[in-house]
Design a protein around this ligand. Structure first.
Ligand SMILES: [Zn+2]
Length: 390
């Protein structure tokens, strides 16, 4: 027999365009959304007065591997903190036992769930074993993780290919440091051989890597990355307008992590120029050591930063920001069949915000309140596939 639940009494942000529904019920059958409208007569009813229902978030870029190193190296430049093999992060990881490391990553995943994140894409270092560790850490948790592994950067092409093949038997795809770390022909060959895996790379994260790319190859990292056919590129903090337009016409998704870019002193992404170029983008919280796994904070920072740096209060609208944390991230990660919006057929995984709490009481614009004001303390409950998680 089917399990039918109607969630009533709440305002609902639903559909791919994040429309607000007042006075409708969210009807769920066997964990999937059936409809938004009148409650289903024969089903169970869950009353959610003074609430706002919104889809759970998609964290489109993270590094769960450094969950146990929070705040380590704040104030140091990026190369000293995260660059392999001797960055602070890697020295930290080397002194952990495998079990300690898996347990820390599991804590990171639980933190994401508690903050309303239902899916993420993790750039997992440490080769094949790194991906296996994250698989173990995520076992049994309802959060969906795309594990994007990486293989050694310093060996022969044949060895790298062999390692990549072993890695891709376990990982969901590749999440490489940047396009300059491997021979381009190797990335192209792997892309051809694994069309259904997710391929992603950091690109133009700081001025140094972008200048080097222009000097050595005559173009920025974004343009060069397009040559191996990635599914999405992360950061693009220093990508030119012309290259952003090329990215948009190639229909390659982008992921922005402005809080991480800021604290590492790498620069500020201008999301208005991304929008003007037609780039489709999601948001990510990046390294656990550098930023909390909190999409409310990432949205608010993105929203305020973009308006402030463009000297224009309307430089980005709140709905665009909320989409970047939900449906756009789901599209970049190819989760949009199931997640990213509350639409019929998709999983009924949603956050319930308390609109009567002091922080959200009196709000005149719900979408703006979610982006520019709400935080995890306003979460009343979380439902995953129709069942109460928190
Ligand atoms: Zn990253």
């Amino acid at each position: 027999m089917s399990r039918i639940i109607s969630f009533t009494g709440a305002q609902i942000i639903a559909g791919e365009d994040l429309d607000i529904f007042h006075g409708a019920a969210l009807n769920v059958v066997d964990g999937r959304i059936e409809s938004i409208g009148s409650p289903i007569a024969q089903g169970e009813q869950v009353a959610l007065e003074s609430s706002l229902i919104l889809p759970m978030f998609i964290n489109a870029h993270c590094h769960l591997g450094d969950t146990g190193a929070k705040e380590l190296g704040v104030g140091l430049p990026m190369e000293e903190v995260v660059s392999p093999p001797n960055g602070l992060k890697h020295r930290f990881l080397n002194q952990l036992s495998r079990e300690e490391h898996i347990s820390q990553m599991r804590d990171g995943l639980c933190e994401m769930l508690a903050n309303g994140i239902i899916a993420c894409a993790d750039f997992r270092e440490q080769g094949l074993d790194g991906s296996l560790r994250l698989r173990e850490a995520a076992a049994g948790l309802p959060l969906q993780v795309k594990i994007l592994g990486r293989f050694r950067e310093t060996s022969t092409c044949a060895q790298m290919y062999e390692e990549a093949v072993q890695l891709l038997a376990v990982a969901d795809g590749l999440g490489i440091r940047d396009v300059d770390c491997y021979p381009l022909q190797l990335l192209q060959k792997l892309r051809m051989e694994y069309p259904n895996k997710l391929f992603a790379a950091h690109a133009a994260e700081n001025q140094g890597v972008e200048r080097k790319s222009v000097r050595d190859f005559g173009c920025g990292q974004a343009k060069r990355s397009l040559e191996f056919g990635p599914d999405f590129l992360v950061h693009l903090t220093h990508t030119s307008k012309a290259e952003l337009e090329e990215l948009a016409s190639a229909k390659v998704h982008a992921v922005s992590c402005p809080r991480a870019n800021s604290i590492l002193g790498d620069g500020l992404p201008d999301l208005k120029s991304w929008l003007d170029a037609g780039v489709q983008f999601g948001l990510g919280t990046d390294n656990m050591m550098a930023s909390s796994a909190d999409m409310f904070r990432e949205m608010e920072y993105s929203s305020r930063l973009t308006r402030g740096m463009n000297l224009e209060a309307n430089a980005i609208d709140s709905k665009t920001v909320l989409k970047s944390a939900t449906i756009q991230g789901a599209r970049a990660l190819k989760f949009d069949q199931d997640l990213g919006s509350l639409s019929p057929g998709k999983m009924a995984s949603f956050i319930v915000l308390d609109t009567a709490c002091l922080n959200l009481k009196y709000c005149k614009d719900l979408i703006s309140a979610v982006v520019n004001r709400a935080d995890v303390r306003d979460i009343k409950s979380i439902y995953i596939e129709g069942e109460k998680y928190k």
